[in-house]
Design a protein around this ligand. Sequence first.
Ligand code: IPM
Ligand code: MG
Length: 356
Amino acid sequence: MKLRIAVLPGDGIGGEVIEQATRVCEAIANKYNHQITWVKALTGASAIDAVGEPYPDQTHQICVDSDAVMFGAIGDPKYDNDPSAKIRPEQGLLKMRQKLGLYANIRPTFVFPSLMDRSPLKRERIENTDLVFVRELTSGIYFGKRGRLDNGKTAFDTCTYKKFEIQRIAKKGFELAASRKKKLCCVDKANVLESSRLWRETLQEMETDYPEISVSYEFVDAVAMRLIQWPSDYDVLITENLFGDILTDEASVISGSMGLMPSASVGDKVSLYEPIHGSYPQAAGKNIANPLATILSAAMMFEMSFNLNQEASHIREVVNQSIESGYVTEDLAETPKHKSYSTTDVGDYLVQQILT
Ligand code: IPM
Ligand code: MG
C-alpha cells in the first residue's frame, strides 16, 4: 500500500516521541511491503515562533492532502504562565480539530499485566480493565460563546450542542460498542444541564436502532467515582467534550502511566492519531520521554485508517515485548534503581524486534 502521512511533531517531547513512532512505522512498512511518504508540518508554539500562528494554513493543507495525521503534543510553559497571551499553542489544537472535523476522540484505557503493580489502584480493582472513551471533540463548552461583561468582572463560557452533533458521535459510540462487549454508557449531567438532557433524549431515540447494545445513563460525578472503583464494569463510554477531557486523564491513572495511552480523533475526513499525554516540557531534549503512547497511536492508525490489522497487532506485540522484558523508559522502570532506557533505545529495540 502507498501511504501518505502528515507528521506534526508540535512542541516539547512531541518531536522525540514522533521520531520513534515514524521509525516503527517504517520498520512495519518494510516488513509488510508498504511505502510511506512522510510530510512534516508545524503546529503549536513552534509554529507560532516560526510563522506567528499555531495552526498555519499550510499545515492544514498538508493534513487534508494526507491519508492520516500523526501528531505529537503541543504546549509551552512560556504561554501557560501568561494568561494574557493572545495567541496560544492550544488554539492551534482546537482549530485543527475543528477545521479537520475531528468530532470523535477515541481514547482506550487498558492495563498491561506486567505493569499492574505500577498503578496506584489495587490489582483486583483494575484487572480486566478494557474500556474506551468516545469524547465529543468539536463542540460544547470548548467552542461555545465566551466573553467578559461588567468591565471584565464577569466571565462566561457557554455549552451548546446541536442534535446532529450528538447523533453523529452517538453513532460512533454505538458502532464501537457493537464491535466490542456491547455495552454503552452515556455520561452526562442530565439532572442539571439542558444540553445533557438533549444528549440523553437523542441516545434514547437511537437505542431502537441498536437493540443488541445495552445502554446505561450515568451522571458524570458518579462515573468519576465508579471509574476508579470498578473500571472493568465499563466497555464504551460516550460523553461531551469537557467531561471527556477530565475523565480520560482520570482513566489514564488506571494503566499506571500516561506515557502508554494512545488516541485517535476521527471525523468524516482524514483522522489524526496522538498520545494523550502533553508536551512534558521538563523532559524535552533529554531523550527520556516514553514513546509507547505515540507508537500505540500509530497502531490505531494502521487499524482504523488503513484497515491493516496485522500490522497494528504486530506493533502492539512488540510494545508488549518491550514492557515484558523491561525495555522501557524511566517512567516505567520498576523502581528508580532499576535499569531504564532512553527514548531512542526503546525505538531501536522495537525496530529490531519488528525486522527480525
Ligand atoms: C487533551 C488536552 C487538550 C484538551 C488541551 C491541550 C487543549 O487536554 O487533548 O485532552 O483540553 O482537549
Ligand atoms: Mg486533556
